[in-house]
Design a protein. Structure first.
Lengths: 143, 193
């Protein structure tokens, strides 16, 4: 009897963990250091004029290719938005610098290259659009 | 085997396999919770398992597994099932194309589904099989060494990972990669070419 209770607890806890992890990866984190990212240090030649979607991946990341497609599509649909995908498999120095503990991790940079938003996991396209719209309107008011 | 090697695998295959694996692991947790690894060394247990060298201390919270012989530990049903699961993980690491659940998926399930909208890199699920193998192997070794609760705890950890993969599409094993890399266990920095 107590074994069945144990199983029920295990199942409930696992489902709760899954729901929590799925909820958390769609939550943009904004209270983060707004560090200025220099694209040259990541091996890229430049950033987007309005915003940059900076994705961190590894070779052994099952969800990174899907996120790559989503971010590319979002970047293609907006003028001035660029998508950069950095492979961390052989670059633990970059992973350490940005405190990346899971892939995919996505940073949204503003037009100055400052980190504005961070997503851990596979973000939903609507949530990304909302963050970009926020950045675009801020850019418009500053100009 | 006549067709050209595919550029990727159907991502639903590993999730189907993870579903079967998580069901097996859940059964194993149940066997572990009712079997030798969590049994107390009380009079009832010794009535069924008389041991010459056993010294029974009344009232002491001792675990039965401490008194069991190596053969008894190895013949515990929970141990045997987890051993089979670990062998399946090993198969998935060594030869993912021929692993039983993957073959079952391609032969019986995939023909009934619409073709996959996207293909996936086969390396992440293979890495995750390796993580499952390590977790279950540690549980098996500790059980043989006479550690109580090691078996159901290891099975439960593997269950959580397999269930999250099957139901939510989350791959904990894959997410662990950067943590393992930070600890210096995998993926050393490639020397500058």
């Amino acid at each position: 009897m107590s074994a069945l209770v144990g199983l029920a607890v295990l199942l409930t806890a696992t489902v709760a963990l899954g729901v929590f992890l799925r909820w958390r990866q769609n939550r943009p984190r904004r209270h983060i250091p707004h560090e200025i990212v220099q694209p040259e240090r990541l091996g890229a030649d430049g950033l987007g004029e309005i915003a940059t979607l900076l994705q961190f991946s590894t070779e052994l990341c099952a969800r990174c290719p899907g996120v790559h497609r989503t971010l590319s599509a979002v970047a293609a649909a907006h003028d001035g938005v660029r998508h950069l995908d950095i492979d961390l498999t052989h670059r633990p120095d970059i992973a350490r610098h940005f405190h990346v503990l899971q892939t995919p991790t996505t940073l949204i940079l503003d037009r100055n290259g400052a980190v504005q938003t961070r997503f851990g996991g596979a973000p939903n396209r609507d949530v990304l659009e909302l963050e970009l719209a926020r950045l675009t309107s801020e850019t418009a008011t500053h100009v | 085997m006549s067709d050209a090697p595919a550029r990727g695998i159907d991502p639903r295959g590993p999730r189907f396999a993870a579903g079967i694996t998580s069901a097996l692991l859940l059964v194993d947790v149940l066997l572990g919770l009712t079997g030798l690894s969590t049994a107390r060394a009380d009079a009832v247990w010794f009535a069924y398992q008389p041991l010459a060298e056993a010294t029974f201390v009344p009232g002491a919270a001792e675990w039965a597994i401490g008194y069991a012989s190596l053969a008894q530990r190895a013949l515990d049903p929970a141990f045997l099932l987890l051993f089979v699961i670990a062998l399946l993980f090993l198969w998935g690491v060594l030869s993912p194309r021929t692993a039983p659940w993957g073959v079952l998926y391609r032969k019986a399930v995939q023909p009934r589904l619409s073709p996959p909208t996207e293909l996936e890199d086969p390396r992440p699920p293979r890495f995750a099989q390796g993580v499952g193998l390590v977790v279950t192997a540690i549980g098996l070794a500790l059980h043989l060494a006479g550690v109580p609760w090691a078996l159901p705890v290891a099975a439960a950890m593997a269950f959580v990972a397999a269930f999250l993969n099957a139901v939510f599409g989350l791959c904990l094993g894959c997410q662990l990669y950067l943590l393992l890399q930070r600890m210096g266990l995998v993926g050393r920095e490639r020397a500058a070419a």
